[in-house]
Design a protein around this ligand. Structure first.
Ligand SMILES: Cc1cc2nc3c(=O)[nH]c(=O)nc-3n(C[C@H](O)[C@H](O)[C@H](O)COP(=O)(O)OP(=O)(O)OC[C@H]3O[C@@H](n4cnc5c(N)ncnc54)[C@H](O)[C@@H]3O)c2cc1C
Length: 366
């Protein structure tokens, strides 16, 4: 039976490992650069979709732990303007729950705990690989090497595996996201905490966005999106920058920036919509490595998990690995291209002067 190496233990890589093990693949290894399972604070909350994230969990026999860990009500959205007026509110009235929310940390834990012992090899930052017989000899930054018959790149936006498959690179979409977290938000930013009400805020103004979400551990995560050059970098003090860039916004929003535990700058890139390549006999990729796109449609994790589902089915149903990879990749590119087109359009609209009207339309309030 073939040895399968998955490089990257994000939602895509871990879901694939789980699905392959459920389908009876005996030799699946995940190589993850994090030092251990607790190495990083996992980001904000995610809504999983019926046809993708939830479908993968279902096939991975993981709905029970998911139901025990998801956060009812966390999908409720409020739309606000820069003056802190609430324009639409899903907390008022009955909202049918169709996209249950789970925090990234608990999702990762569910996936990790579902895997056979020692599936994940921590502290294994992929450095390169060379052909070895019919397979590949992978090498890692810590000096370790490992053989695999099939390699799957699940190593995210800056994938190293991708370059073995295609030279096509992502393009800059003209904006940057600054991502931050306020811990113990109930005490540090009580007014914002109350506004978020355990759900999400979408705040629009001056062609900028501020999206805030509540995590189960009492943290508020937020990301500010604005048009920029590709090499935008915060120079000087964060609060000075915020006051200049978000001039005239209600004072309550500033409390997030005044109490943030640290910011990550994320210039936004997208893979070309028409990307194409010939399937290789024994290397493929999934998730952000294959189809990075901005986060404004909330599809990234869902797509990574859907890729894992489709790839696991393809590998299980087809003996010839190259045929299985080709079938999976063809479908994946088509789905990702349609999703990226929608996401780019949404990103543009939400960062335009008509953002509020468009969001209200999306929410059925206009
Ligand atoms: C601000 C922001 C908000 C977002 N909001 C949402 C949302 O609401 N809903 C949603 O669905 N998506 C959202 N996304 C997108 C989502 O985070 C990604 O699409 C998703 O995490 C992709 O999953 P992945 O498994 O492909 O890659 P990743 O989650 O990036 O995982 C890659 C893994 O590979 C590891 N790795 C990287 N390089 C190496 C290496 N060389 N060797 C070994 N391991 C390596 C990393 O440590 C990581 O664990 C958001 C993204 C951002 C930036």
């Amino acid at each position: 039976m073939k040895k399968i190496a998955i490089v990257g233990g994000g939602p895509g890589g871990l879901t694939l490992a789980r699905l392959l093990q459920v389908k009876g693949f005996p030799s699946v290894q995940v190589y993850e650069r994090d030092l251990d399972k607790d190495a990083r604070v996992q980001g904000a909350t995610l809504d999983l979709h019926e046809e993708s994230g939830l479908a993968a969990l279902q096939e991975g026999l993981l709905m029970e732990p998911f139901i025990a860990n998801y956060r009812p009500g966390a999908d409720k959205i409020r739309v606000m303007d820069k003056n802190a007026h609430i324009l639409a509110d899903e907390h008022a009235g009955e909202k049918e729950e169709s996209r249950p929310e789970i925090d990234r940390g608990p999702l990762r834990k569910i996936l990790l705990e579902s895997l056979a012992e020692d599936t994940v090899i921590w502290d294994s930052q992929f450095a390169g690989m060379e052909r070895s017989g019919d397979g590949w000899l992978l090498s890692f930054k810590n000096g370790m090497t490992a053989y695999a018959d099939v390699v799957v790149g699940a190593d995210g936006a800056n994938s190293k595996i991708r370059s073995f498959i295609t030279p096509i690179k992502p393009f800059f979409v003209g904006m940057t996201v600054l991502e931050g977290s306020v811990y113990d938000a109930e005490n540090l930013v009580p007014e914002m905490f109350e506004l978020v009400k355990g759900g999400k805020l979408f705040i629009f103004g001056d062609s900028k966005t501020l999206i805030v979400s509540a995590k189960g551990d009492g943290t508020l995560s937020f990301y500010a999106g604005f048009k920029s050059e590709a090499d935008w970098a915060l120079k000087g003090d964060l609060l000075d920058w915020y006051r200049a860039e978000f001039k005239g916004w209600a004072p309550v929003y500033e409390t997030l920036f005044a109490n943030v535990a640290g910011m990550i700058t994320r210039p936004q890139y997208c893979m070309p919509l028409d990307q194409d390549w010939e399937a290789l006999p024994n290397v493929t990729m999934l998730g952000d490595a294959a189809h990075l796109m901005p986060p404004y449609a909330g599809e990234g994790v869902n797509m990574a998990m859907l890729d894992a589902l489709e790839l696991s089915r393809s590998l299980a149903n087809e003996k010839d690995v190259q045929v299985a990879i080709a079938a999976y990749e063809q479908k994946m590119r088509k789905t990702a291209s349609a999703m990226a087109a929608m996401t780019l359009e949404q990103t543009e609209v939400l960062h335009s002067s008509g953002a509020i009207g468009s969001m209200m339309k999306i929410m059925g309030q206009l």
